[in-house]
Design a protein around this ligand. Structure first.
Ligand SMILES: [Zn+2]
Length: 76
């Protein structure tokens, strides 16, 4: 996290200048000035389209499970 925003290293240009826009969940690289989504990133890492979709679905499920557990814990 930097200045309240999620930041990460983009594999293509090796710069820690990628910010995620929380409004649309798209990333913007300030080094090469490109916009991309999480599917674009996985394809750039040589995942096939179907493997990338399956991985994102798994991560979404894990995130939702973790979030519902946390909500349940906080409610008690
Ligand atoms: Zn870039």
């Amino acid at each position: 996290m930097r200045d309240g925003r999620f930041v990460f290293l983009r594999p293509h240009c090796n710069e820690m200048l990628v910010y995620v826009n929380p409004r649309n969940n798209l990333a913007h690289c300030f080094a090469c000035r490109k916009n991309f989504n999480n599917l674009d990133l996985l394809l750039a890492l040589d995942y096939s389209f179907t493997d990338a979709v399956a991985l994102l679905e798994l991560w979404l499920h894990l995130h939702q499970t973790k979030r519902s557990t946390r909500t349940t814990t906080e409610a008690k």
